[in-house]
Design a protein around this ligand. Structure first.
Ligand code: HDE
Length: 753
């Protein structure tokens, strides 16, 4: 073998298979695994690795100390066309271990075997102790320049672009748990600014369960599965969670957010993000202000229904990550505006009677509007989940000059916790040198050695002061961009394990949240509490939480008590009247439909007129069509992305029916009719089920041509949000208008005012 022999070029390989690609899968259909379709026969002519898919981004190729290398992103990936050992020696076989004869025992000298197996044995690292389940994406942040009055951080300057990496997550579940569980979502953003990395480690809810970080292990132990049976996974519907939050009543505000539709987002792309704590900003003149950070999604804040969430847990546990990846691949790049609520930096750190250091309180937007200061667009999916999403390490203490912390006791503990956890999770103190964590600013620290040291430091004097390394590195002054700890006055004080008295009110803002909901949102909250408490075994815990609900609202308490079959207690607190904050409601606006999934049911034997144009119109509208047919393969040269067996209503935002397909051979119409799912055998019962479910979940439904006949058999014809017409184009136009409201809200009952 000639070791210098070059492998076949990527270009040649891709060209050889490119023709097939066009036929097999139109490039617009997101989700195909590779950058070129797989040929039937195993390729055997060596060639370089295939190029990444267009959707893929990767960490900037920086050195461990932040210098640009100019190397392509693929230089971090595998090289050359031949299988090698980890040391780069080419291999001719990796299917058979080296043995003493074909039937003999394996030889200890088989280095390749040992290297391969040993590496495999150590492939897993500990999952995150919280937020283990997540999905990430690469993006760009662009400053508006509007923050300059309050913040000197350069990345906020007008027009300045900064690379970002975002990781969304659930809190409670294990790494392999379902996406659509009822839980808080993490929304952590790494800004690779030129003045050092800024991590905004946020959630999709603006308040937290606890006021002091010392309680974090308590709330997490209560929320995680029971220690004996290790169930239930990734949810709060169990005794230990409600035991804790009903006793530790400062958790009640966060709990009602979890019970609201915010606990079951439609998409990561449709979530707000909140820094939760108050931060302190400083401008170029040295003036300080207190702020709260908000991410506002361009697509609005939307949720799924609880029934959808539960169905998706089985049908597509990867629903949220798939949604994010598919939308990015399809070109529907999600966007958020970053905004701040600004408060005067007074010694009391209060605003309108709200303690800004209490992380269980919000400041209603009506009192302090959110001022936009920049925009983030997510445009690439990670190339490698482990390298990027799993190994990314955030820290609330990663702050550029211009942004500083406050004394919020929750934030203070977080400052300790994030480095500490990475030491175990990422195996040592050098996790900042992992490619996804490398700063995009020159790094010249005096930390040395340790496990997995990637930097090759020079010099002999990693200490200060020194003369041997020429005194290097040097201290920067404020003019040279130094991070200066703000000289905040700490009043004379005595050591205490205590909260300020202003933290004592645990219920008025829970009442504010409840009062700000529309009737349909209140209905959902009632059903969520009833479900969760209904899953508890202990009567005392249910009664204790009902007592908390009585201190929030009598209707809420009564409705949940009725569902539990228990009496509703009287409040133990004065239910003082509260204002509402309409900004907290998700209902009532209109939003763009980018990246929404449009299911199209077709009958390959029927009239397919208009389907091709409809798919194009859906793409043109920034949405993704999902062709659903009785069988797989091609339908009129269009790929059937789902069959009646593989598709389910919960995957789509809207359902269009373009045919009246009779029961397919794999349908069981007689059984379904007997079970009451369909009274008809004219239409495939799975289509009937899809329509029924979409209707139950208040999704827009449209039909044209023979699809109108199909709809006629389902019993939903003529009801709100169900559109029939002569042509696919006309129906789609009407459907789009209805979709702007996210759901057909009038289909939900509202038993509360
Ligand atoms: Fe975290 N949190 N947290 N947290 N948190 C972690 O750090 C912690 C809190 C949040 O995608 C851990 O690297 C303590 C509030 C997100 O990688 C850990 C306290 C908020 C993520 C940790 C809090 C968050 C984490 C686990 C109370 C919203 C996922 C793995 C004092 C503002 C980041 C890790 C990612 C992750 C500790 C409270 C958000 C253990 C001690 C409040 C989004 O260090």
């Amino acid at each position: 073998m000639d070791p210098k022999k070059a492998a076949k070029t990527v270009k040649e390989t891709v060209e050889a298979t490119a023709e097939k690609a066009v036929d097999m899968l139109t490039p617009e259909v997101p989700g195909a695994p590779g950058s070129a379709p797989a040929p039937f026969d195993e390729p055997t002519t060596p060639h370089d690795p295939l190029p990444p898919k267009k959707e893929h981004g990767a960490p900037d190729t920086r050195t461990p100390t932040g210098a640009e290398t100019g190397a392509p992103a693929t230089s971090n990936g595998q090289q050359g066309g031949y299988l090698t050992t980890a040391q780069g020696a080419r291999l001719r076989d990796s299917d058979h271990s080296l043995k003493a004869g074909a039937r003999g025992p394996t030889l200890l000298q088989d280095h390749h075997l040992r290297e391969k197996i040993t590496h495999f044995d150590h492939e897993r690292i500990p999952e995150r102790v919280v937020h283990a389940r997540g999905a990430g994406a690469h993006g760009t942040f662009e400053g508006y320049g509007t923050a300059s009055d309050v913040c000197k951080a350069a990345f906020l300057e007008k027009g300045r672009k900064t690379d970002t990496f975002v990781r969304f997550s659930t809190v409670l579940g294990s790494r392999g748990s379902a996406d659509t569980v009822r839980d808080t979502r993490g929304f952590a953003t790494k800004f690779y600014t030129e003045e050092g990395t800024f991590d905004l480690v946020a959630n999709n809810m603006p308040v937290f369960f606890i006021q002091d970080g010392i309680k974090f292990p308590d709330i997490i132990h209560a929320g995680k599965p029971h220690p004996d049976r290790e169930i239930p996974q990734a949810q709060s519907a169990h005794d230990t969670f409600w035991d804790f939050v009903s006793l530790h009543t400062e958790a009640q505000h966060h709990a009602i957010w979890n019970m609201s539709d915010r606990g079951i987002p439609r998409s990561y792309r449709m979530m707000e993000g909140f820094g939760v704590h108050t931060f302190r900003l400083v401008n170029a003149e040295g003036a300080t202000a207190l702020v709260k950070f908000h991410w506002k999604p361009k697509l609005g804040v939307h949720s799924i229904t609880w029934e959808e969430a539960q169905m998706l847990g089985g049908i597509d546990p990867d629903f949220h990550r798939r949604d994010l990846y598919d939308a990015i691949e399809a070109g529907a790049h999600p966007e958020w505006e970053l905004g701040i609520q600004v408060f005067p930096d007074t010694p009391e750190e209060m605003f309108e009677g709200i303690d800004l250091l209490d992380p269980t309180k919000i400041v209603p937007e009506e009192l302090a509007p959110v001022q936009p200061i920049g925009k983030m667009t997510l445009h690439h999916n990670p190339s490698n989940f482990f390298a990027e999403t799993e190994q990314v390490a955030f820290h609330v203490g990663h702050l550029p000059p211009g942004i500083d912390v406050t004394n919020d006791p929750l934030l203070q503990t977080r400052l300790f916790s994030y480095v500490d956890t990475q030491l175990t999770r990422l195996g040592g103190p050098n996790f900042g040198q992992i490619p996804i964590n490398r700063p995009h600013a020159p790094v010249n620290d005096m930390n040395r050695d340790g496990f997995h040291q990637h930097a090759v430091h020079t010099g002999v004097a990693p200490y200060k002061p020194n003369s041997l390394d020429g005194g290097c590195p040097f201290f920067a002054g404020t003019d040279e961009g130094a991070f200066v700890d703000l000289p905040v006055t700490v009043p004379e004080s005595t050591k205490q394990r205590e909260n300020p008295a202003t933290f004592d009110d645990h219920f008025s803002q829970v009442r504010l949240f409840w009062a700000s909901m529309t009737p349909v949102e209140k209905e959902h909250i009632i059903r969520a509490y009833t479900f969760e408490l209904g899953k508890c075994y202990e009567q005392a815990i249910k009664e204790r939480q009902l007592q908390c609900l009585a201190n929030i609202d009598p209707v809420l308490c009564q409705e949940v008590a009725t569902g539990l079959g228990l009496p509703a207690p009287e409040p133990t607190e004065l239910l003082a009247p509260v204002e509402s904050s309409p900004a907290l409601s998700q209902v009532g606006g209109e939003w763009p439909p980018d990246g929404r999934m449009v299911g199209i049911v077709v009958d390959p034997e029927g009239d397919l007129g208009g389907v091709r144009e409809l798919r194009q119109a859906i793409f043109a509208a920034g949405m993704v069509p999902l062709l659903i047919a009785p069988h797989g393969g091609m339908v009129d040269e269009m790929p059937a992305q789902r069959t009646f067996a593989t598709g389910r209503s919960v995957e789509v935002d809207v359902l269009l029916i373009g045919g009246c397909p009779p029961p397919a051979p794999d349908a069981l119409p007689a059984r379904d009719a007997e079970a009451g799912a369909s009274g008809s055998v004219v239409l495939d019962p799975r289509v009937v089920l899809m329509v029924e479910e979409c209707w139950r979940h208040a999704k827009v439904i449209g039909a044209w041509g023979e699809g109108v006949t199909a709809l006629g058999q389902t019993g939903v014809d003529g009801t709100p949000g169900v559109v029939s017409g002569d042509s696919a184009a006309a129906v789609f136009t009407e459907v789009q208008q209805l979709m702007a409201a996210h759901r057909v809200w009038e289909r939900f009952p509202a038993s509360v005012g």
